[in-house]
Ligand binder design. Structure first.
Ligand SMILES: [Zn+2]
Length: 202
């Protein structure tokens, strides 16, 4: 990773400092606590299913832009720096497909180092299970070319369904609703969420 020389918060020249077991570029200015830990991002995506004539279908969207234009994946995107994950994934699902769905639980996540997925930063991509509420697939025909509900059998015969999306759907279909990591109900601070296993027995 290229060195960062100036503080992105206050533009003071950064200095190398031992921080958390490694030398890192850190801001020496008073009242600025910036430390350059790295370049990270958080992605979130949603598995939304519904039953049609007794068969389970899952929501997919088709990318309209590169990279990977034309491929199909579960709807999702980057969580904003000031946005809680459950808000981000519900927003992305609605923006990309017109479907209103609410977070149930986390069924899987992927951790990838910068460059390994084509993304610019080291990334955690969290796959949620969402409960369908309302709406029919509707797309902007720009960022998203198409959207629809498909069975796993249909996905097998479709071109360009992203492997990670299919795996996420399978994770959701073979586990009990609510058995994944769910948002904890304990009173927390403003601006944070905790996720824990709840609907599981031993
Ligand atoms: Zn600073």
């Amino acid at each position: 990773m290229a060195n960062m020389n100036y503080c992105p918060k206050c533009a003071t020249p950064l200095e190398s400092r031992l921080e958390g077991g490694r030398d890192r570029m850190a801001c020496p200015a008073d009242h600025c606590n910036f430390v350059h830990f790295g370049d990270f991002s958080i992605g979130c995506a949603g598995v939304v299913t519904r039953v049609n004539n007794g068969v389970i279908e899952a929501l997919l969207v088709q990318r309209g832009h590169n990279p990977f234009a034309g491929t199909w994946q579960i709807p999702g995107g980057y969580a904003e720096n000031d946005e809680l994950l459950t808000i981000a994934v519900e927003r992305e699902v609605e923006e990309e497909s017109g479907i209103i769905a609410t977070v149930n639980d986390v069924v899987a996540f992927r951790h990838s180092l910068a460059g390994t997925t084509g993304g610019p930063s080291t990334n955690v991509y969290i796959i949620f299970r969402l409960d369908y509420q309302s709406g029919e697939p509707t797309v902007d025909q720009d960022e998203i070319a198409d959207a629809g509900f498909f069975t796993l059998a249909q996905m097998e015969s479709m071109e360009g369904v992203q492997g990670l999306s299919k795996w996420g759907i399978q994770q959701a279909l073979r586990t009990k609703s609510g058995s994944g990591l769910s948002v904890g109900e304990q009173a927390g601070r403003q601006g944070w969420q905790i996720f824990g296993l709840t609907n599981v027995t031993r």
